[in-house]
Structures are given as C-alpha cells and as structure tokens.
Design a protein around this ligand. Structure first.
Ligand code: G6P
Length: 606
C-alpha cells in the first residue's frame, strides 16, 4: 500500500528518493511522486502509473538536497496526477506525503473551503498541506504539530518547507514511519525496505510522535510538544539481496523456492532435544501462566488468518487447549467478549495490517495478553504485543504470501509443541515432533523437485473459469489458502470447501467443467476423503489430488505427491504444491504475478 520515502543530507535527493520508491513498489500502488527543496525553490513531480515512468520523466533540472516521495494506492479519489502525492498548499510553500486516512477530512475540507482555500485534488491528504500552511507557527515542526492537533485518523507523513531547506518533518499515528540514520544524512520511510541500501541504524516512531530530520541528526517529540528520547536499533535480517530476483523470473517463484532455507531459519535454535520441546525466547510467559490459559484465539487477515486456522488446529492437537482463528477485521467490529483466560495471538507478515493492529490495541487496552507471530522485525504489531515469535523468513516482496504462510505454520507447530510439553504432550510425542520439524526443509526441497508435473496440472486449472479446493480436518485450512493463492495471482475463481460439506450444497455445481483440487493426507480421514472424491468423479468432475500416495484414476486423474511427515505437520508440506499450482496458472494466463491487480502487500488503512 502507500509508501513514503524522505531524505535530507549532502546528496542530490531525487535519485535517492526514486530508488527508495522503487524498493516500495512491491507493496502495491497506482501513482507516485516526489518533491525536493533546493536553490530557493520547491519542485514537485508526480503522475499516475509506475515509478519507472516517473523517474524517466523527472525534469533534468530538479535540484534539491531535501525531499519527500510517495507511492499512492487510491482510497479517496481515483488514481490520477492530481490525486498523486506530494500535495502542496495554495502558495506552493509546503509539500506533504501521507499514508493513512484523515477521518475528519470532509469536515476540515468544508471549513477550509469556507475560508477560501481552493483544493487541487479529491484526496483527504491535501487538507494536511492547507492546515500546515495556515498554522501560523514559528517553525515547520510547530506548524505540522498544530495542524495534526486538528486531525483525527491514521497517518504516517513527511513534510518539506521551501523556507526551511535542510529539514524534513515526519509524524506517525497508526501508520508506520521509520527513521534511517546515515552518516551526516537522514532518511525516513514507511517501510525499512527503502532504507536497507543506505543504513542499518533505525528509529521507529511511536504513535503520536513527530520528528525533525536534519543532515546532522534528528529530534523527536509528541503531539503535545514534549521531547522524547529514542534508542536506535539495528535492522535485522534484511539485506538488499532479499529485494532482488536472484536469477528467478518473479519474486513469488523465488519465495516459493526459498522455503527450505526460510523454514530452516524459522526453526533455527528453537528445537530442544533434551526436553523434546521448543525454545521460544520472546514469549514473556512462564509455565504457570501457560497452564492457566483455557483457550487460544488467533487473529489475522488474509493468508495470515488462514495460517492462523492451520495454527489453531496445531495448537489444539498438540497442546489440547481449545483453539480457533478469526479474521481480525471481523473480530474488531463485533464487540467481542475478552476472556482473561485466553491467550490471544496476532498473526501478520508485515506487522502493519491496520485491522490486526487495531485488534491488538483493543485487546491490550482491555487487559488481554497478546502474542505476536510476525515477520517484520520492529513493526507496529511486533512492538504492540506483550510477547512474540518472529518468523525470521526475511522480507517477502511478492504481494501474495508464500514463504511467510509456511513459516507461520511452522511457528504454530513450535508453539503447539512448547505449550503441549508444558501441559500433557508426552516426551515421546515431543521427540517425534522435533524430528518431524527438523525434516521439513529437506522434504520441501523434494516437493519443489516435482514442479514440472505441477506446471502441467496448472494449465488445466488456468483453462477452467472456476474450481473447487477441498480438504478435511488438517487439510481444510490448506485448501482455503490454496484457493486464495489461485484467486490472487491468476484471477481465476476458486472456492474452498471443507470436503465434508460438499454434499450439503456445492455438489450441485460439480461436472466436467469444474475441476476440484483435493488435499488428501494419508491420515485417519483418508477413507472419508476418498468417498468425497468418488462422489465428484461419479459426476465427471476432474480431480487433482495433493496426497501422500498415488490415488487410483477413479478417484483422481492426477496425484501430486508430497513426502509424509508426522500427521500434525503434514499440512505444512501439503500447502506447497498449491503455491506452485497458483504460480504456474498465473504464468499460463500472463498476469502480473508479483503485483496482482487491486491488491496491496500490506493494507495499512481500514
Ligand atoms: C493483504 C495482502 C495479503 C495478506 C494480508 C495480511 O490483504 O494482500 O496477502 O495476507 O494483507 O497481511 P499481513 O501483513 O498482516 O500478514
């Protein structure tokens, strides 16, 4: 979603800002722009479309050593040059870039229009530029602070002032801003991806915090003008190499293929052979507290929610605590009962999804204990939670989740093992799971070795306008995520059903035109799954099974085989062919695999 980059220092700002924007492209956007201050002037250049086109059209004379830049994902107003950021005030003195939503924009706009202000765009963000210009303050920082005191809503923003070259003011409230500390230069961005090439030292702004950046350093303060003191932290686990294709055609392909390594990283240092359990350093819970939980509730959005569903089954099975998952976006709007005996777990790759973040904040406000299962180190959700388990999967660039889905499932297996071994899971079962987890990276390599067969099967899915994905028990969340993958990247309709539900309605649709992808682990429900497949085949529905053993032709035309692990861990491996299926279907259809239409990597607005 929208991205911010800012720079102040001795170098020419425009190339640095454009390079930063290119690093944020993966988040999804529809327009982009930048503003620089230099040689007594403020210059703005923006347009609908791609960063590459913007870079090619920047005027040759665009001098300035201070600047802000933005990629926009339309919320208020269509993607257009006028609605692209930066926005300026009427005199062209200030330029602002803004992520988030100004909730009282309509009211503020009406008030400003009544005072004679003319608006150039339909955006909520433009009101900020006019409010800053009318703040009548002695400094840029004070003008921004006074303007923000009139605003309700979420923002991450950066502002430059023609009369204050050498200064950028940034502010955060519910939308992240990270300062990057360079050598006599300062950066800021909404995502560390834009900073990694320049610095490893960062400062995360808290909600309601502002900062003045100058080449020689920075100062932070709150909305009520109290100075704050921040401790810089090092950017961990991020390298510029993670943002490059490294010989692959797409990031989705690379991220699927990176999974033996990323799962190994998720497991690294966390398997304990002595007590047949897991080491989870960041839980912040002692054994007594763990024994007192009576329920586990997992919250997340999109693939994080589906990974949470898989996780709930793992936790319930291994720790014998009732566990379930719910979409954070639904949960937060239904005035949920907060149960003091429940362990809440928030799942998020980015750590910035607005709905998940608000759910965490509401839970904490009401006294619940919240554990974060997060990939992005230092992100808002990670900082907001009481304790946490990082995925350590490295940056995920493709909009659709693959490696982080798998690593989230692995984290839940570790959590289930840990909770289980404090409760009633036997040492023998613990040891069995430790061995199973250790085998995962090698087994993922084996699954990836079957890509050619999966490619051929994907052609069939790409040719059908719709398909079913079915699974039972442990296979059901896998089927759900598989259907989500196909929809996201191929734009083909796919619907997931619990296999047991097929005969209660959807079977009416089954016929030669509707393929079914079936997740069929070799477990206690194998025979039940086979009955469902027989029902589909009896109605001439094509079946593609992802299974541990080859199914007879009367049950499935194609079987994609995965190696067997422990039954509880099998879903982790069964999900991987479904990622490849979606990827190859998308390739066959020629879609923009890494940046599917209408989707953003991280949805930071509601
Ligand atoms: C967006 C993305 C999904 C992702 C979801 C949750 O909708 O398009 O792929 O699963 O956000 O993201 P998170 O960063 O919280 O895991």
């Amino acid at each position: 979603m929208c991205g911010i980059v800012a720079y102040v220092g001795p170098r020419d700002a425009a190339p640095l800002l454009l390079e930063g924007l290119a690093r944020l492209e993966y988040r999804g956007y529809d327009s982009a722009g930048l503003a620089v201050v230099g040689n007594g002037g403020l210059r703005v250049h923006k347009d609908a479309g791609r960063v590459r086109a913007l870079a090619a059209s920047v005027p040759s004379r665009f001098p300035g050593r201070t600047g802000v830049a933005h990629t926009r994902w339309a919320t208020h107003g269509v993607p257009s040059k006028a609605n692209a950021h930066p926005h300026t005030d009427a005199t062209g003195r200030y330029a602002i870039v803004h992520n988030g939503i100004v909730e009282n924009a309509a009211e503020l706009r009406a008030k400003l229009e009544a005072e004679g202000v003319c608006f150039a765009s339909e955006t909520d963000s433009e009101v900020l530029a006019h409010l800053i210009a009318r703040a009548d303050a002695p400094s840029l920082a004070e003008a921004v602070r006074l303007a923000l005191s009139q605003v309700t809503g979420a923002y991450g923003l950066a502002v430059v002032d023609r009369e204050a070259p050498g200064q950028v003011v940034v502010a955060a409230n519910g939308s992240p801003v990270v300062l990057g500390l360079g050598d006599r230069e300062m950066f800021a961005a909404s995502d560390p991806a834009a900073l990694v090439r320049h610095t490893r030292q960062v400062v995360h702004l808290d909600d309601g915090e502002l900062a003045v950046l100058e080449a020689r350093g920075y100062r932070t303060f709150t909305l009520d003008a109290r100075e704050t003191s921040k401790r810089p932290s090092a950017l961990e686990g991020l390298s510029t190499e993670a943002y490059e294709l490294g010989g692959y055609t797409h990031f989705m392909q690379r991220e699927i293929h990176d999974q033996p390594e990323t799962v190994a990283r998720t497991l690294s240092g966390r398997l304990d052979d002595r007590f047949s359990t897991a080491h989870l350093g960041g839980l912040e819970l002692d054994a007594r507290q763990i024994r007192s939980f009576r329920r586990v509730r997992i919250l997340g959005c999109g693939s994080a929610y589906y990974a949470g569903e898989l996780g709930a089954r793992l936790v319930e099975e291994l720790a014998r605590i009732p566990a379930d998952a719910e979409s954070a976006s639904e949960w937060r709007y239904r005035n949920p009962v907060i149960d003091p005996d429940t362990l809440y777990v928030a799942v998020s790759q980015s750590g910035e999804t607005a709905d998940t973040l608000r759910a965490v904040q509401e839970l904490r406000r009401r006294g619940a204990f919240v554990l974060g299962v997060v990939n992005a180190v230092g992100s808002s959700i990670a900082r907001e939670c009481d304790g946490g388990i990082y995925l350590h999967a490295g940056p995920e660039v493709s909009v659709t989740s693959t490696k982080t889905f798998t690593s989230t499932a692995v984290v839940f297996a570790l959590l289930g093992l840990y909770l289980g071994r404090i409760r009633d899971l036997s040492p023998a079962d613990g040891a069995r799971l430790v061995d199973g987890l250790r085998a995962l990276p090698g087994q993922i390599t084996t699954v990836l070795g079957g890509e050619d067969l999966i490619d051929a099967a994907a052609t069939q899915l790409a040719a059908a306008s719709s398909s079913f994905y079915v699974g039972r028990g442990r296979g059901w969340p896998v089927a759900r995520e598989g259907a989500q993958k196909l929809k996201e990247v191929s734009y083909r309709h796919a619907e997931a059903y619990p296999a047991s539900e097929l005969k209660h309605g959807p079977l009416a649709l089954v016929g030669p035109e509707l393929p079914t992808v079936a997740v069929v682990p070799d477990d206690e429900l194998f025979e039940k799954n086979c009955s469902t497949l027989a029902e589909i085949r009896a109605r001439s529905g094509p079946v593609l099974a992802v299974a541990h053993r080859r199914l007879p032709a009367e049950l499935a035309e194609t079987s994609i085989l995965v190696p067997k692990n422990e039954p509880e861990l099998d879903p982790i491996l069964l999900g991987i062919p479904l990622q490849l299926l979606a990827y190859h279907a998308a390739l066959a259809l020629g879609t923009d695999v890494d940046r599917p239409r209408n989707l953003a990597k991280s949805v930071t607005v509601e």
